[in-house]
Design a protein around this ligand. Structure first.
Ligand code: GAR
Length: 197
């Protein structure tokens, strides 16, 4: 079994898109764990689906695991891949080292544009809107120690020239996210994307 841990902070629509795609393909892969940095809709959904959930924090907090503890849990669970699906905290360097080239992230813009600290969720779409871009899109990339920086695995753009608000851009980009994230994960499972190169 190919075990995936999905990290979330919010609504969890990307987590669900991935869950549905794995289910539909009756793949030899499963979302074995959902990890969050806060209580959020995605955690509720994961619980409903019977998926193990964990909270993680880089500070010491009651009921939260440290990244070191989480690392042990995920290693014991034979985790093959970690997917950041709207996870809004920076992953500590030591954790990135422990899962080198085994962590991927979905970003709601055409990287390397609109990246870095503070560039997440609606902030990204506001910046894109204010710059009057004709296109935006989504990018899936390997996570390294620099924000939104690792090797790009997939990217797709969408025409946003008629979008009247950042929210409208978010909607169009989200549609793409729900397509390219499951696609990349499928290719990784099938060995069609080699994360080590
Ligand atoms: C998604 O748009 C994702 O790309 C973004 O947060 C949203 C989460 O939505 N992630 C980032 O901005 C990370 N830099 P979801 O919880 O419905 O999947």
């Amino acid at each position: 079994m190919f075990n995936i841990a999905v990290f979330v902070s919010g609504r969890g629509s990307n987590f669900l898109a991935l869950y549905e795609s794995l289910k539909k393909r009756q793949s030899e892969a499963q979302i074995a764990a959902v990890v969050a940095d806060r209580n959020c809709q995605a955690v509720e959904k994961a619980k409903e689906l019977g998926i193990s959930t964990y909270f993680v924090s880089s500070k010491s907090r009651e009921d939260f695991f440290t990244y070191e503890e989480l690392k042990q849990i995920l290693l014991e669970g034979e985790t093959n891949l970690i997917v950041l699906a709207g996870f809004l905290k920076k992953i500590p360097d030591t954790f990135v080292d422990s899962f080198k080239s085994r962590i991927i992230n979905i970003h709601p813009a055409l990287l390397p544009s609109y990246s870095g600290k503070g560039m997440y969720g609606i902030n990204v779409h506001k910046a894109v809107f204010n710059s009057r871009e004709r296109y935006s899109g989504a990018t899936v990339h390997i996570v390294d120690k620099i924000y939104d920086h690792g090797k790009i695995l997939a990217q797709q753009k969408v025409d946003i020239s008629t979008a009247k608000s950042p929210e409208e851009i978010a909607e169009r980009v989200l549609e793409i996210e729900h397509r390219i994230l499951p696609e990349v994960v499928r290719k990784i499972i099938e060995g069609k994307i080699n994360l080590d190169t």
